[in-house]
Design a binder for this molecule. Sequence first.
Ligand code: ADP
Ligand code: MG
Length: 226
Amino acid sequence: MTELIPPSSPPAASAVGRSFNELPLPPGVQATLQQLEYLTMTPIQAASLPIALAGHDLIAQAKTGSGKTAAFALALLTRLNPRRFAVQAMVLCPTRELADQVTQEIRRLARFADNIKIVALCGGTPMRPQINSLEHGAHIVVGTPGRIIDHLTRGSLDLDALNTLVLDEADRMLDMGFYDDIAYVATRCPAERQTLLFSATYPDGIARLARQFLRKPQEVKLLEQH
Ligand code: ADP
Ligand code: MG
């Protein structure tokens, strides 16, 4: 399914003002959304969450600030088994700042369940504390491609139990020359997984990335409103 909202028309009624209640999210997550005053889904959340929760691979394009982080975070948290002490989801981000923001947003949304461990793996900070955190058990890792590759080659990051890979800000990762790094990380992930790609723009490289690493992805593109 491709949901295209042309720039000149009003937003599709189906994509606006819908409540998170209609989604099969864990009750604790619903309570947290109310606490955070996330009252209705943003259009990209309304369009992409049902697809992600159904287990499909996804390409989601919407402008910066449209709520893409929660779109994939809620999907990850719904699928996660907190009793399984293994990395089940990984989010690749272009920069440390963005990885830290994503980590914070997932932590906010996960606060109903304080036994979910989310570890940020970014360059520019010492390896040792990251290795220690991984040894203590992480359910979700968020990081930049270079540092994640460091952990994979040292053997400090085990992705055997991974079920969801997110490529966040994929256009920026391509701009920064991360194609080969993303490719390497993807080959280290189990083939049986869900891959969710989020991007603000849709340059040619995105289609190539999707062809190579996503399986029958459904596409949601929300063009900017004028
Ligand atoms: P993007 O990744 O698309 O640039 P973000 O995920 O960073 O956007 O979200 C932008 C802001 O919107 C964040 O401050 C986030 O907390 C807020 N936000 C996301 N979803 C909702 C929602 N459903 N209701 C209210 N605020 C939201
Ligand atoms: Mg974002």
